[in-house]
Design a protein around this ligand. Structure first.
Ligand code: NAP
Ligand code: ZN
Ligand code: ZN
Length: 361
């Protein structure tokens, strides 16, 4: 066992505070990673505040982890001490069901083990995530970070911190875009310019699509273009929404709150699909069925991505020089960061610098 320090919520209504706990000693297949950076996902906030009604407390969120390997078990083949490593949302799964066999561990029939909010296989234990100083993970669920950290204009540390959000935000938008075969010649809508949305704009553009960003925030218009959007639509403006009627092949909807889906469905062409990845606390009030049947439109959902595809996404982003736009915070600033995230006041992902963790607890 090793003593770990981190930040935890003790209940839905208490702010996150310093927390210490034990991690298992690395088993034969395990990698121990000292965490350098951890992205702050809106799912962390939903979980810390029990908005999905399934939170196990204490809750140590964080599933966008980049760190350095400090120990490996005797049977570990793919990592050695000193390597950079990433951990995303999944740290275990049954490994034998059809989804696991297909490399889609996120849809494991037995339910995958989340990096936080457990439970562990074969026991009721909780798992604790990346708002902490180190983590121990089976190498099968550990990712390789292949970004070039030798960039003009960005220190190696900044680059690594900006890679962290790819481990959830990146894969969550990459996976459905790969599944629905987004590519050149297609028009792709991205709804919401937050952590997931800004990654979707960058990745859709790198896949060769014409990208239309839908945002509620007029102030994000210029940023949307800078990030790669060909068009920016203010979604609160009915006229601008109507002008997009039946134009898009595919939409990825990242909005973290309940909203009317119909204006976005109307933007889809015949046979177009809108994939919901945003996971709001309360259900959406729509769609109106006629908006689906009139043009054989599809509405679908998608959950993060499997381990092999997460590696594929990291390598794709490394090749295209894609990282997140981040604002670095110390762990002690996490509660303030959550409040700003709720106001849409983040450009475009908070990343926690674990070197600044107060280990007094
Ligand atoms: P985020 O950074 O907070 O971004 C959400 C964006 O949605 C905002 O920036 C905002 O963009 C837009 N928005 C519009 N109205 C909103 C409202 N009333 N409240 C909040 N946002 C509103 O969140 P994120 O980390 O990208 O996560 C987005 C959602 O995806 C969350 O629900 C999260 O739990 C979920 N998620 C799902 C998966 C999955 O596997 N499916 C994985 C990760 C996260 P504009 O200002 O541009 O309008
Ligand atoms: Zn996430
Ligand atoms: Zn399985």
């Amino acid at each position: 066992m090793s003593h770990a320090h981190g930040y935890a919520a003790q209940s839905a209504h208490s702010p996150l505070a310093p927390f210490s706990f034990e991690r298992r000693a690395p088993g034969p297949h395990d990698v121990r990673i000292d965490i350098l950076y951890c992205g702050v996902c809106h799912s962390d906030l939903h979980t810390a505040r029990d908005e999905w009604h399934n939170t196990r407390y204490p809750s140590v969120p964080g599933h966008e982890i980049v760190g350095r390997v400090t120990a490996v078990g005797s049977d570990v083949r793919n990592f050695k001490v000193g390597d950079l490593a990433g951990v995303g949302c999944i740290v275990d799964s049954c490994r034998s069901c059809p989804s696991c066999q297909a490399g889609e561990e996120q849809y494991c029939d037995a339910g995958f083990t989340g990096t936080y909010n457990g439970p562990m296989f074969g026991g009721g234990e909780n798992t604790y995530g990346g708002y902490s100083d180190h983590v121990v993970v089976d190498e099968k669920y550990v990712l390789r970070v292949s970004h070039d950290t030798d960039n003009p204009g960005s220190s190696p540390e900044q680059t690594l911190a900006a890679v962290a959000p790819l481990l959830c935000a990146g894969i969550t938008v990459y996976s459905p875009m790969a599944h629905w075969k987004v590519g050149p010649g297609q028009s792709v809508g991205v709804v919401g310019l937050g952590g997931l949305g800004h990654m979707a704009v960058k990745i859709a553009k790198a896949m060769g699509a014409h990208v239309v960003l839908f945002t509620t925030s007029e102030s994000k218009r210029e940023d949307g273009k800078r990030l790669g959007a060909d068009e920016v639509v203010i979604s609160k403006d009915a006229k601008q929404m109507e002008a997009q009627g039946s134009k898009l092949d595919f939409i990825i909807n990242t909005v973290a709150a309940s909203h009317n889906l119909d204006p976005f469905l109307n933007a889809l062409k015949r046979d177009g699909a809108m994939v919901l990845v945003g996971a709001p606390e309360h259900p959406h009030p729509t769609p109106t069925v006629f908006n689906l049947i009139m043009r054989r439109r599809t509405i679908a959902g998608s959950l993060i991505g499997g381990i092999a595809q997460t590696q594929e996404m990291l390598d794709f982003c490394a090749k295209h020089g894609i990282v997140a736009d981040i604002e670095m915070i110390a762990p002690a600033q996490i509660n303030q960061a959550y409040e700003r995230m709720l106001k849409g006041d983040v450009k475009y992902r908070f990343v926690m610098d674990l070197a600044k963790l107060d280990k007094a607890a």
